[in-house]
Design a protein around this ligand. Sequence first.
Ligand code: CMX
Length: 439
Amino acid sequence: MEYIKNRFYEKATKCIAEYNKLKKEHADKVIAQVTIGQVLSGMKGVPSLVTDTSKLDPNEGIRFRGFSIPEIRQKLPRLNPDGEPLPEGLFYLLLLGEIPSYDDMMNISKDWSTRSHVPQHVYDVIDAQPKNAKPMTQFAAAITSMATESVFQKAYRSGIGKQYYWDFIYDDVMNLIAKLPRVAAYIYRRNFHNGNHIEPNPRLDWAGNLAHMMGHDSEEVKRLLRLYMVIHSDHEGGNVSAHTTHLVGSALSNPYYSFAAGMLGLAGPLHGYANQDVIFWIFELIEALGTDEPTNEQLEIYVKQTLEQGRVIPGYGHAVLRQTDPRFTAQQEFAKKYIVNDKLVNIVNKLYEVVPPILGSIGKIQNPWPNVDAYSGALLYHYGIKEYTFYTVLFGVSRSLGVLASLIMDRVYGLPIERPSSYEMKWFIEKATGNNPVC
Ligand code: CMX
C-alpha cells in the first residue's frame, strides 16, 4: 500500500526544491495588479493561490493536472471497458500528476477499503441531531467529530518538525476520504430509509460501495456515481469549498476540521446547494405551469418570471467559466447513453435551449451557460435517488478528492498561514477618487 505514498513523496521532493528556489530568488517579482473592481467582485481573477491539482480555463473548463474532462474519461483506468473511470484513479492523478495504471488505481481502492471503518461516536453524533437537520449539517458535524482520529493532531502535540507534517496529513486525508461514503450513506439511510442501514461490500470500489450502501445497487447507478465523483472532485483553488479547506488548513487545523469548514461553504446556494435548488426550482416550475412536459415557450415565461422576482436561475452562470461546463456535457452524454425519455431529463435539456439566450440578453450576467449543477439532480432523480436535499452531500464526498489532495500539497510546500490585508471601504473610495467618503 505504501508504495504510492513513497512515489508521491519522491515527486513532491522535486516540487519542494522548486518552491524554495522561487521563494528565495523571485519573491519580489510583480505578477499582477489588483483593481478596485476585482476587490469588489470577490477577488475574481487575482492570482493569489497556489493549487497544483487542477486549473479552470474559462472556455475549456476544468483540467485535472492538464487533462480535460473528455480526456480523463478516455484515459483513466476503469473496471469495465464500457464503464466510467474510478475516482480512485482520478485521486492518484490529482496527487501525483500522472495517469495511474489499473493496479495503482486498485491499490488506492483497497487502501481506502481498509481505512473505511467509522467510529461509533460519529454515528452517535449524527443520530443525536433532529431528523429535520439538513443532511449537510449532519455531514459537517460528523466530519468534525471524526477529528478524534487525526494522526496529524497527535503528531503535532508530540512535537514533530514541520518537514514531517505532510506525512501525517497524508494519512489523515486517506483515512478521511475512505470513511466519507459510509458517513454519507448513513445520513441518507437514516433520513430517508428509516435508519435501515446497509453494510459495505469490501469487494466494491469507493463510489460503487456508496451506491450499494445507499441502497441503489444497479450497475448503472454505480457508473453514474463513479462519473459524478470524478467530475465534481476539483475546480482549482478559488471556489468556496476549496478555498475554505485550504484557508482553515493554513492555520494547521487538522484535515477533518479543514474539510468540515469547506463543506459548510459548499452548502451555500451560490455553490453546491445549487444542485438541490435546480430540482426544487424545476418542481416549482412544473406545479406553476401545470405540466411536466412544458413547451419551450412555457419555460421561457417561467424563467423570465423567476428573474423578475429577483431570483437566480440555479445551475446557470459561473464565476470563471464562460461556456457550457464540460461537466454538464459529460452528464448529458451519460443521459443520452443510458436514459430514454425521462420527463425531468427532458426539461433539463429544454432549459439548455431556453435559458442561455434569456440570461445573455440581460447584459450583466458574465456567463449565461449551464454549470455542473444544472444536470446532476435530474440524473440522480431518474435512478431513484429522489431525496434532493441530500444531493449536496454527494457533491461534498466528491469534492474531498481535490481539496484534500491539495491540502497534502500545501503541507508538502509548507505554505504559511494565510493572512490577506483588509481595509475599510473608505480607504478604497479615497484611493479611487481622492475624496473623503461620506460614510
Ligand atoms: N440567474 C440570474 N442572475 C444571475 C445568474 C443566474 N444564473 N448568474 C449570475 N447572475 C447575476 C448575478 O446575481 C449578478 O447580479 P447583480 O449584479 O445584481 O449582483 C450578475 O448576474 C453578475 O454576476 P456574474 O459576475 O455573472 O456571476 P458571479 O461570479 O457573481 O456569480 C454564480 C457566479 C455561480 C454565483 C452565479 O452565476 C449564480 O448565482 N448562479 C446560480 C447559482 C448556481 O448555479 N451556483 C452554482 C455554481 C457552480 C457551483 O459552485 O457548484
